[in-house]
Design a protein around this ligand. Structure first.
Ligand code: ADP
Ligand code: MG
Length: 257
């Protein structure tokens, strides 16, 4: 695999004039780590991920993926290296069947049919969806759609994966499967989510966004245990840690009694 690298420097962007969503935002990532992207609703997490894959080219500052600036002439190459899993799987799946959807990108890229077949099988196997191969997309559950959408991205063997609220439509079984997939896949990943437990379970590093910038960048274990910091940004401790704290305070009370 090539060295995966994301370099964002002084990026500002707004959808409308006079209303900036990102303000001189900077961060860097490389290697194979899983990075959580957290922050209040509407802070710009999805916007940032979309900018990384060149969906909105009219930003200022620089974004480089694998050393290549995100600009029109590089987009085809960049999109073969960086896969973006949309929050809404229906925006991602546009063929009639699972098989066609997962084959779409490698086929469109002009790979030989035998290679397309190999990639489809591997991507479906990695996401545990081989049994869905001949199904029509409309007949899938929300969780199945999400896993098939991930398979569609994996079929291009990207070096970098961006996932926007990947656990949002998943039942507990598929959520566990997603967590397993996130642990197993070797890519550099950025996972935007308000599911703090998912981030705690899968990401070694976390970026906290506020006011158009990354205001904290560090070990997930530290950031997600900092109740005051999270509360100040409209977030809550992961449920798993809330439980621990309640159990601890329960113990303390019995100690006092
Ligand atoms: N296509 C769009 N046009 C105009 N405003 C948008 C668009 N998409 C998002 N926004 C606005 O940009 C801000 C950031 O949104 P978003 O990136 O979706 O935040 P998050 O993913 O952190 O919840 C919000 O105020 C949202 O309403
Ligand atoms: Mg979002």
């Amino acid at each position: 695999m090539r060295e995966a690298e994301i370099a964002v420097e002084g990026v500002s962007f707004g959808y409308e004039k006079g209303r900036k969503i990102l303000k001189e935002l900077s961060f860097q990532a490389s290697g194979t780590e899983n990075i959580g992207l957290i922050g209040e609703n509407g802070v710009g997490k999805s916007t940032l991920l979309k900018l990384l894959v060149g969906l909105y080219p009219e930003f200022t500052g620089t974004i480089r993926i694998g050393g290549m600036p995100v600009e029109k002439k590089n987009l085809a190459k960049i999109r073969s290296q960086i896969g973006y899993v949309f929050q809404d799987s229906d925006s991602q799946l546009f063929c009639a069947s699972v098989d066609e959807d997962v084959a779409f990108a490698p086929r469109n890229y002009g790979l030989p049919e035998a290679e397309v077949e190999r990639r489809v099988e591997r991507a479906l196997a990695m996401t545990g969806t081989l049994h869905l191969r001949d199904r029509k997309n409309y007949s899938l559950s929300g969780g199945e759609k999400k896993l098939v959408a991930i398979a569609g991205i994996l079929s291009m063997s990207p070096d970098i994966l961006l996932m926007d609220e990947p656990s949002a439509a998943l039942d507990p079984k598929n959520r566990r499967r997603l967590i397993g997939i996130l642990h197993e896949l070797p890519q550099l990943k950025i996972i935007a989510s308000h599911d703090m437990d998912l981030i705690l379970d899968t990401c070694s590093r976390t970026l906290l966004m506020a006011d158009g910038r990354i205001v904290r960048d560090g070990a997930t274990e530290e950031i997600l245990r900092d109740g005051e910091l999270l509360e100040a940004h409209g977030l809550e401790l992961p449920l798993r840690l809330q439980g621990q704290i309640e159990i601890m305070s329960g113990k303390m009370r019995t100690d006092i009694l």
